[in-house]
Design a binder for this molecule. Structure first.
Ligand code: ATP
Ligand code: MG
Length: 421
């Protein structure tokens, strides 16, 4: 049996990979206008980093991590998300001391041991952004605006932004008490996980995907009614700035996100056409995470978009997506002609002309067929007769016109012809 890829992990190739490249290029462009700089962290980290940041009682840590010992027995985990690694890197290299460097982005694969289905894979990709160093609500709004603008720019206009506030330590205490009182009334009806969560991490109950649990929590108390003065002011400001920039949103009272480190702003972006996997992205503020991981007290806010889900929503609709066709296809007839063609091909490529050539010495007819399949604009034919005469035949594949070109300086002649078009 030939070896196949691991379940839930996919190969990405043409023509889809061109879509990926376009999406990534658009993200990079937009990040640049907002002053984000790229950060590339390893895809493996010590397990402890994720367990401590994401939270012991989250689905990710409990069920979804790819964790294994290395040869010395150190427990390692394939990153399930990007924030923890980025925070670790920022602390390790003290990047917070560089005043011009507070906005970071990363694009790359993440790993979660989930049941593979449409929009849910074991290796998937995220476009991730993190802004550190400011508590200001203006930053939360700007981060969300980036995401919404990006979606619009790649042609996904019909998404919904859902926002909520998770308050701070102070307002979450009384809220948790009230929530637990409510949940306890229905304890027996909850799934096993939620029964445990009621005691260990009650907010996680909102994250449960089981219908029965979702039904019960619909009537649960709302955190917004418990916000302290400062958190209320923060949330109001976030809303003000979103309104100001024309970014519409819905307040979703039970939005908590699947990670423990969020405080105040939490948000999610929902798209249609994804079925149960309807979130294309999400994020929020995490003012306590740096300190929690043993670093200085640095507020931060960020988000991640799932690239596979963007692809599903986009289908084939990404504007400007086209597979490049060769400018020139070289056909050699005979050994000596092939040697000359080989040189011409490399010289043209040096001049940034896209050249394909027939590597096999087949008949003219069969090589022409291949050139046609590539959709080449021009074909250059070099047979033994032409070689003796010091010329090659240039055929315009659209007009079918043909004429001879001198081999002397042919690269320059061809490159100029292509550039003119
Ligand atoms: P979900 O509720 O769908 O499981 P999540 O809350 O676990 O999502 P996050 O951790 O916030 O997701 O990750 C941000 C985005 O990454 C999601 O909105 C989604 O687009 C994408 N994503 C998360 N897990 C997967 C996965 N297993 N396969 C594909 N995309 C994923
Ligand atoms: Mg999940």
């Amino acid at each position: 049996m030939p070896i196949t890829a691991i379940k839930g992990m996919t190969d990405i190739f043409s023509p889809e990979v061109e879509l990926w490249q376009t999406i990534e290029a658009r993200a990079r462009e937009l990040f640049e206008s907002f002053g984000y700089r790229e950060i590339r962290t390893p895809i493996v980290e010590k397990t402890e980093l994720f367990a401590r940041s994401i939270g012991e009682d989250t689905d990710i840590v409990q069920k979804e991590m790819y964790t294994f010992p290395d040869r010395k027995g150190t427990m390692l985990t394939l990153r399930p998300e990007a924030t923890a690694s980025i925070v670790r890197a920022i602390m390790q290299h003290r990047l917070y001391n560089i005043p011009t460097m507070g906005k970071f982005f990363a694009i790359g694969p993440m790993f979660r041991y989930e049941r593979p289905q449409k929009g849910r894979y074991r290796q998937f990709h995220q476009i991730d952004a993190e802004v550190i160093g400011s508590k200001e609500p203006i930053v939360d709004a700007e981060v969300m605006y980036w995401a919404m603008l990006f979606l619009e720019k790649i042609g996904i206009g019909s998404t919904e932004l859902h926002i909520n506030s998770l308050g701070c330590e102070e307002c979450r205490m009384p809220y948790k008490r009230s929530l637990v009182d409510y949940l306890k009334k229905y304890e027996a009806s909850f799934c096993r996980d939620c029964q445990r969560r009621i005691n260990t991490n009650p907010l996680r109950v909102f994250d449960c995907k089981i219908e029965k649990c979702k039904e019960i929590v619909k009537e649960a108390p709302r955190i917004l009614e418990f916000l302290c003065g400062e958190c209320q002011k923060h949330f109001d400001s976030v809303r003000f700035f979103l309104d100001q920039v024309g970014c519409s949103y819905t307040v979703d009272h039970h939005l908590v996100r699947g990670l423990d480190y969020y405080n105040r702003t939490a948000f999610e972006i929902i798209a249609s056409g994804l079925g149960a996997q309807n979130a294309v992205g999400g994020g929020g503020r995490y003012d306590g995470l740096f300190k929690e991981l043993g670093g200085p007290d640095i507020p931060a806010v960020g988000f991640a978009l799932g690239v596979e889900r963007l692809m599903i929503v986009l289908g084939e609709n990404l504007p400007g997506h086209e597979i490049k066709k060769p400018d020139i296809y070289l056909i050699a007839l005979g050994d000596d002609a092939q040697k000359t063609c080989f040189l011409i091909a490399q010289n043209l490529r040096k001049k940034s002309v896209y050249v394909e050539m027939g590597y096999e010495l087949k008949s003219l007819k069969s090589q022409m067929r291949r050139a046609d399949k590539f959709g080449a604009s021009y074909v250059v034919i070099l047979g033994e007769n032409e070689l003796v005469k010091g010329v090659a035949v240039l055929r315009n594949m659209t007009t079918k016109e043909q004429f001879e070109l001198s081999l002397d300086g042919i690269e320059k002649t061809l490159a100029e012809k292509i550039k003119k078009e």
